[in-house]
Ligand binder design. Sequence first.
Ligand SMILES: [Zn+2]
Length: 130
Amino acid sequence: MNQENHLMNMISRTSISNIFSKRISTTNSRLVANQGLDMETVDKINKLHIVRNCYLTLMEEVNDKENLRYFSNIVTQIDFQLQRLWKFKEDSTYHRFWELPKCDCPKMDNMDTYGTGHRYINPNCLLHGD
Ligand SMILES: [Zn+2]
C-alpha cells in the first residue's frame, strides 16, 4: 500500500467524539493489519489523533498569526509522528496542510499536486504565507 492510500485511509469513516464534541477519525482496521501494527501502536495513534484534533480546535479559536503558526507547527510534528507510528516514511509531501483551519492556500491546486512535493502557497495565508 502506498503512502497516499495510507493517508486517505487514516481518515476512516468511523469516528468518535472527543471532549470538544468534534468528530475525529479512528484507525482503519484493514490498514492496521496490512501494516502489521500492534495494539499498543494503534492506541498511540488514536490518542495522537485526539491531541491533533484539540490543536485544530485551538486554531479555530485564535486569529493571530503567531499563535496560528505555533499550533500549525505542532500539528506538523504530530503528522510526522503519525507517519512514523504507521511505519511510513516521514514526508511532509503527504501532509494536507491546506486543510488546516484558517489556511487560505488554494485547495484544488494543492489537491491536484498532492504527493508531488509542489505546494501552492497564498502569500496572504496566515499560516503559510509571508
Ligand atoms: Zn495556507
